[in-house]
Write a protein that binds this ligand. Structure first.
Ligand code: AMP
Length: 392
């Protein structure tokens, strides 16, 4: 078991917290500040316990000087200050005398935010390649390191693994919650246990399927990835999304787990994107039909299975949900599950966005904050950013 922030005496200590402030920004405005809000519990806890709080986060990808100009955390520090109701000291650099001096001046309960960690990527990807010297330098600024950025925990970066390798460390409340809700649910589901998988490519989900097919009672497959399975089972899928390299994998899986794997029986198809939208059964596809959502019979089939299940983990939208005409399957299943009072875990990335954007933010047991990180947890992998944290 990993140490948690609660296992440390934080008073008078310089506590470095790796948070996830990677928020969407447009025209110098934060479009969605949910990630900042999700970090408040850990930050406030550290403030209340009398720590000198030092925050690190990345924002976007930094490949050019232009990226750098557009991705300063200054705007985030202003919003954080509003949310905390106190001043946040923002240091517009990732290392050096200015930062060292500001850290030295910190008093108990102060909060300091360091500039975007990925600015270090302009200098040979030092952050993303977990440069040893950079990790050591950031660690030298603190006494304790807390990882509360779940969404980057599947990466071995200087701002998580690098610091944790050089300092006493623990996890924050957000990471603790993710590990508890996703990790423990997979190991100890209430049965029957169903996994819903969707999204574009089978190849991205092979690890998840391999790990969960033995543990789950049902795997319901929708979204673009369903059509590679349907092709593998001999259906004509027209011009629907296909992942040729995964056909053999799909065939093997369908042979081995016939009863567990549930595929769409009908789909919403178009010949031209967002035009002539038609509902078709599996055997009715024309050569130029593109399936972009699951159909009504499939929605009912999924609901019939889900109504008897007690734990449901869902990763990947069931259709091209970004476009209204193809969002019905994802919405219907979200709505059904939101009313079901079952243990429902929404596994990050597009599925979490869909759940939040369609109004189901508070309707489920858990909505993960990490796309890639939650996928790797579902694959049964150990995340490097968590692995590097001290054990109890
Ligand atoms: P992933 O990142 O693999 O979970 O894929 C998410 C993406 O899959 C979203 O952008 C969806 O629009 C897309 N998607 C879902 N269903 C389909 C479909 N039937 N055809 C094409 N794209 C789809």
């Amino acid at each position: 078991m990993k140490k948690s922030i609660k296992d440390f005496n934080l008073k008078n200590k310089r506590v470095i917290i790796r948070v996830d402030f990677n928020v969407p920004i447009k025209d110098e405005k934060i479009i969605d500040d949910n990630r900042i809000k999700m970090s408040l519990k850990t930050i406030n806890y550290a403030i209340e316990k009398g720590a000198k709080v030092i925050l690190l986060s990345h924002l976007g990808r930094i490949k050019t000087l232009e990226d750098k100009n557009q991705n300063s955390l200054k705007i985030v520090s202003n919003r954080l200050s509003e949310l905390l109701g106190k001043r946040v000291i923002f240091i517009d650099t990732t290392r050096g005398e200015k930062l060292d001096n500001a850290v030295k001046k910190l008093k108990n309960g102060d909060v300091l935010l360091i500039e975007n960690t990925r600015f270090e990527d302009l200098n040979g990807n030092l952050e993303s390649n977990n440069n040893d010297e950079l990790g050591k330098y950031w660690a030298s600024l603190g006494d304790i390191f807390i990882n509360d950025a779940f969404a980057t925990s599947h990466r071995s970066h200087a701002s998580n693994v690098g610091i944790a390798s050089n300092l006493e460390s623990g996890i924050g409340f957000l990471v603790e919650d993710e590990l508890e809700k996703i990790g423990k649910t997979i190991d100890n589901p209430k049965r029957p246990f169903a996994v819903i998988l969707g999204g574009a490519k089978v190849s991205d989900k092979i690890g998840v399927i391999k790990n969960l097919v033995k543990k789950a009672d049902f795997i319901l497959i929708g979204g673009g990835m369903a059509y590679t399975f349907l092709k593998a089972s001999g259906c004509n899928i027209g011009l629907s999304l296909i992942d040729e390299q995964s056909i053999d994998f799909c065939k093997q899986l369908l042979n081995g787990y016939k009863e567990k794997i549930i595929l769409p029986v009908d789909s919403i198809v178009s010949k031209v994107f967002n035009k002539d939208i038609t509902l078709k059964n599996n055997n009715e596809f024309d050569y130029n039909d593109m399936a972009l959502d699951i159909g009504n019979r499939t929605i009912n089939l999924f609901k019939d299975i889900l109504k008897n299940c007690n734990t449901i983990i869902w990763n990947g939208p069931l259709g091209y949900y970004e476009v209204e005409s193809y969002s019905n399957g994802t919405k219907e299943i979200l709505d059904f599950l939101s009313k079901s009072k079952k243990e429902v875990i929404i596994g990050g990335g597009d599925t979490s966005s869909a759940a939040i954007n369609f109004g189901y933010k508070n309707s489920f047991t858990h909505i993960s904050t990490g796309g890639g990180a939650s996928l790797e947890l579902l694959e049964g992998k150990i995340l490097p950013g968590i692995d590097a944290i001290d054990n109890k």
